[in-house]
Unconditional design. Sequence first.
Length: 250
Amino acid sequence: MNKDKTPIEFGISTLDNSLGGGIPRGSIVLIEDHVEIGTIIDGLLMQFLAEGLRKGEYAYLLSTDHPFEHYAEILTALGVNPKITMETRRLMYIDVFTDPFSWGEFRPEITQHFVRDISKTRELYEVVRRAILHCGFEHTRGVIDCLSTLVFSTDTTKAILGYLHHQVTAHKKYGRTSLITIHSDVHDPYFVKVLEHLADGVIQFKKIESDEYAPFLTSLKIIKMSDVDFNREELLYDFSRGRVEVAEKT
């Protein structure tokens, strides 16, 4: 059972303070965005991993949405060398984008960990488990980007709910902390509510329609975070020029 109670920080003071110091270790946090927001939230995901890597922790990144080069560019902008962290096995990249159904045609040489069949959630779990087997679980951060692809690739939503429930249990036992993204606007609202119930935390991103808060184009709101007295006010979010910004509305 996880004994380390130190919260997991993003390294962004406004957001960490809004979380009462950070995400409780051993949590799974659902990151909800809308398809129209695009890749702007990827900056926050990589900032989460980069902060851990800078502190000597381990990290894994499982992607169904983008090739590794997309994330590597962001990590580099955030001051982390993705090549070195991968060579030293502190960052594990799990490829579920290039070849999700094992055709074998496009799998890049850089990929050491990949899921042969995205529709099998048990295989997904095993690949992640093997990839981080050498890590100290209490000092491992993860990102799964994105759950929506997994949902549409499986035969039933029951398999995804079972996978998420298992992951919540495993994270609590081993102290691993992960962010899981979902495009909430492409799913049944009831299904999203069930996911929110299972997750330890929920952070929502929405597009800002008003010019009042320019240059911020997106808002961030913490909807749920177990065991934390968090700020329930809407925050401003932006990622540009290799910098993640979170600010309070004035």
